[in-house]
Design a protein around this ligand. Structure first.
Ligand code: C2E
Ligand code: CA
Ligand code: CA
Length: 554
């Protein structure tokens, strides 16, 4: 009798529970209805063989993400061993004896020795109870409501039943989920979310309830004793929910303690959301607790919105220039225009604080045009004063591409100041290009502008974007550079990125060069132009003029 047949018959005859033990000495043992079987569960193929036929087609992907994790763990795979969680799980539809599929929770409990190596795993599969099934269905519906009534009702009930306990709200979402949808298609995004829901359903116990708030935002209410409990929980969710189909994505979490159970839960939900949003732009952190200062951030965006029109009128927005250097000759060969808000009461405000707000409210369109004009004016002044001009690259928010107005603005600026087009270059961030955007970029190209792809290496589809790109120059992202140049493998990646970019005929500018070592490495890789604090910071135009003058005298 082949092993697989036997296994199948066991599975098909089981009522509800299947147990697989793994321990280092005895290997893997399957115990079900007192039958023992040996399987080589360290091989992912064994799992496919065993479960291929009984897992519901649509659930196979999530299931094998789960079994891969387990077989990795059994092989003592470093990545897995490092994970601090004590269980992983998934819920999938399995075929039962009567050939009907029904939802099962499959949970793998992990125990580790003192050296943190896995020495035992117990996998339990059990059919979902009616209540669990109900919760799963509940969660599969998006509420699109910040105070989902069903969730609130259940949450309040739980809190009332356990007045002795403390509760917290954990919110999480996928950073740049939109990019995943754009790149892999919405059906894939949906599948991934479904995988989240099924996993959460297993991970959350009956007093940890979760809800899907919007497309990719989930919220969980759970009891805790110490903050560490909450961080442990986040870690479990994070390790279980990342790695779907080996796609790279990042989950970000925000936590808010429910301080007063009599208050509206919405308040705490909003706080968890603020905490979550506070780490969106931070590539290293992935979890934050709510702090009062996060409210300040909201106030500050309100401040920004209240003051922006006046500020534009009063010329509080000032163009700074950061020189671009030819690293070999150390000559200045260009500049990037970067806006600063010089506010009479608050001093210099960095664009990181206001550009995101302006991107949302559309004001960035006005501000960009203002900076473009400043750049053109500056070039004109250079020409009038017999200073040999260098090209200035200006930033263009993607918001412009919604229509063609920016084309007219650019054309009329070029005309008004009578400057050669080559001297005004345009920087735009890389993302996956929808049709509309591609068209917009083609039009800019047709008008003869030089296009620089900003922040290359920071997004999801760096290589994809290069395939049919209209851009002329790639600007290697600061974080990409700094994260990679620190290690040997990273260096190889940056090196090849530069080679590849050049061999398809694009120029390369390295951004955020901070050390001589980085500069030397880049030169060695064939990158000639750099912009970074090692050479110079962004500065007011007068200072730039002086620097340019000195640089040319050398
Ligand atoms: P960006 O376009 O990627 O600009 C480069 C940023 O990196 C600048 O930050 C610059 O000061 C900084 N930087 C350059 N070299 C180094 C370095 O060696 N080390 C470090 N740590 N940083 C370096 P800044 O000026 O704060 O601008 C931030 C972002 O704000 C810009 O990123 C750009 O996305 C946006 N921005 C700035 N001005 C404008 C504008 O006029 N229009 C639009 N739409 N966005 C703008
Ligand atoms: Ca830029
Ligand atoms: Ca950049």
């Amino acid at each position: 009798m082949s092993f697989s047949d036997d296994f199948m018959s066991v599975i098909l005859s089981m009522e509800s529970v299947l147990i697989i033990f793994f321990d280092e000495e005895n290997g893997c043992q399957l115990v079900c209805n007192k039958t023992k079987l040996d399987i080589d569960a360290t091989k992912s193929e064994s799992w496919v063989d065993l479960f291929g036929d009984i897992v519901f087609e649509e659930d196979k992907e999530s299931f094998f993400v789960f079994t891969n994790k387990i077989s990795n763990g059994m092989r003592g795979n470093e990545d897995f061993v490092a994970i601090s969680d004590d269980r992983v799980g998934v819920s999938v539809r399995l075929k039962k004896k009567n050939s009907v599929y029904s939802y099962h929770n499959i949970v793998c409990y992990i125990s580790k020795d003192a050296g943190a190596y896995i020495n035992k795993m117990t996998i339990v599969a059990s059919e979902m109870t009616a209540e669990e099934l109900y919760r799963l269905q509940l969660a599969q519906n998006v509420t699109n409501d910040r105070t989902p009534t069903m969730f609130i009702r259940v949450a309040n009930e739980i809190v009332r039943q356990h007045p002795e306990k403390q509760y917290a709200l954990v919110q999480f979402d996928v950073a740049k989920f939109k990019a995943i949808n754009e790149m892999y298609g919405e059906p894939f995004g949906d599948e991934m979310i479904n995988f989240f829901i099924e996993s959460l359903n297993v991970l959350c116990t009956s007093n940890q309830i979760f809800v899907r708030l919007t497309a990719d935002v989930f919220m969980i209410m759970l009891p805790y004793e110490t903050s560490q409990d909450l961080l442990d929980f986040v870690e479990i969710v994070r390790t279980n929910l990342t790695g779907y189909k080996n796609i790279e994505y990042r989950l970000v979490f925000g936590i808010s303690y429910i301080k007063d159970v009599n208050e509206n839960l919405r308040k705490y939900g909003d706080r968890a959301a603020l905490a979550r949003q506070s780490i969106k732009s931070n590539a290293i952190e992935y979890v934050a607790f709510f702090e009062e200062s996060m409210k300040q951030n909201v106030l500050s965006s309100k401040y920004v919105e209240d003051h922006m029109y006046k500020a534009l009128e009063n010329h509080e927005f000032v163009m700074y220039l950061q020189p671009k250097f030819d690293m070999g000759s150390e000559r200045i060969v260009g500049a990037e225009a970067l806006v600063r808000w010089i506010q009479p009461e608050r001093g210099v405000i960095s664009p990181a604080e206001f550009i995101p707000v302006f991107e949302k409210n559309g004001f960035v369109i006005k501000l960009d045009a203002y900076i473009w004009e400043e750049a053109c004016k500056t070039i004109r002044v250079w020409m009038d004063n017999n200073i040999e001009p260098v090209p200035i690259s200006v930033n263009m928010s993607r918001a412009h591409l919604k229509n063609d107005k920016h084309l007219n603005i650019l054309d009329s600026l070029i005309e008004k100041y009578g400057i050669p087009k080559e001297l005004l270059e345009i920087e735009m961030t890389e993302t996956i290009e929808g049709d509309e955007v591609t068209q917009g970029i083609i039009k800019l190209k047709e008008r003869g502008f030089t296009l620089l792809m900003d922040d290359f290496g920071s997004g999801y589809s760096s290589l994809n974007t290069l395939k049919d790109t209209q851009f002329d120059v790639i600007k290697i992202d600061r974080e990409f550079l700094q994260n990679f140049v620190g290690s040997d493998r990273g260096k190889i990646i940056v090196d090849h990125t530069i080679q590849m970019t050049k061999s398809i005929g694009l120029d390369v500018v390295a951004e955020g060069v901070e050390t001589l070592e980085q500069a030397n490495f880049l030169i060695g890789s064939g990158c000639k132009i750099a912009q970074g604090f090692y050479y110079a910071k962004p500065m007011p135009v007068v200072e730039f003029d002086n620097l340019l003058d000195e640089n040319r005298k050398k």
